[in-house]
Ligand binder design. Structure first.
Ligand code: VGL
Ligand code: ZN
Length: 212
């Protein structure tokens, strides 16, 4: 199969490549930091690049400690089911900073998400209440984007939800598999791929792209 070219109306969304999702971080994704060199390389091929940053208040509603519960338990909140996470990506902390090896000088937009104390946001487009937009869809539309490529951490949470919402916003969506890593909690990775496939999200590896 011939490689796909990247064009002027393609955007790359680099999801949550932050210290807390890498080795030694509060919510380390297995092998998470391995995506960094690949993403640095991928980003060079895109003229529209967006970074996302998980950005929580101290005592955030998604933190197990807030509810005096154990990490990875789930609870029912006003907006639906919520996995309870270790405290992570607290705004302005070292854990919330991008991985030191991430080098994407041509990224033009940084979307912070999850900053409302009472609402989580895996997706870079819409918060977990399924109604509060971040503004990213409008930004991409105004810039003439038709196709969105997603990569980063974690495949089964923030990348997956971002990809699904990008579809809902009307973009063609492709996840670059080898530039993602997963948390994989109770089958969450299989479920994320099934949901993405059902929604018409494509998947490929970086080798399928012509990176000039
Ligand atoms: C994420 C869990 C909690 C992610 C963010 O980036 O996938 N996962 N917050
Ligand atoms: Zn989070």
């Amino acid at each position: 199969m011939s490689k796909q070219a990247v064009g002027a109306d393609d955007a790359l969304i680099i999801v949550d490549v932050q210290n807390d999702f890498c080795a030694g971080g509060a919510l380390a994704v297995p092998d998470g930091e391995a995506v960094v060199p690949l993403i640095n390389d991928l980003a060079k091929a895109f003229s529209i690049v967006v970074l996302t940053q998980d950005w929580h208040t101290p005592g955030h509603i998604s933190f197990a400690s807030t509810h005096h519960r154990q990490a990875f338990e789930t609870i029912e909140l006003a907006y639906g089911n919520q996995v309870l996470w270790p405290d992570h990506c607290v705004m302005d902390s070292h854990g919330a900073a991008f991985h030191a090896g991430l080098s994407v000088p041509n990224a033009q937009m940084i979307v912070r998400k999850g900053f409302h104390p009472d609402v989580d946001s895996y997706s870079a487009f819409v918060e977990a209440d399924h109604r509060t937009p971040t503004g990213l869809a409008g930004y991409l539309q105004e810039r003439g984007v038709r196709r969105v490529f997603a990569c980063g951490l974690a495949t089964d949470f923030c990348v997956g939800w971002t990809a699904l919402d990008a579809r809902k916003a009307g973009f063609d969506v492709t996840v670059i598999e080898d530039a993602c890593r997963a948390i994989d909690l109770d089958g969450s990775l299989d479920k994320a791929w099934a949901d993405m496939t059902a929604a018409g999200v494509s998947r490929l590896t970086s080798n399928d792209l012509r990176l000039s």
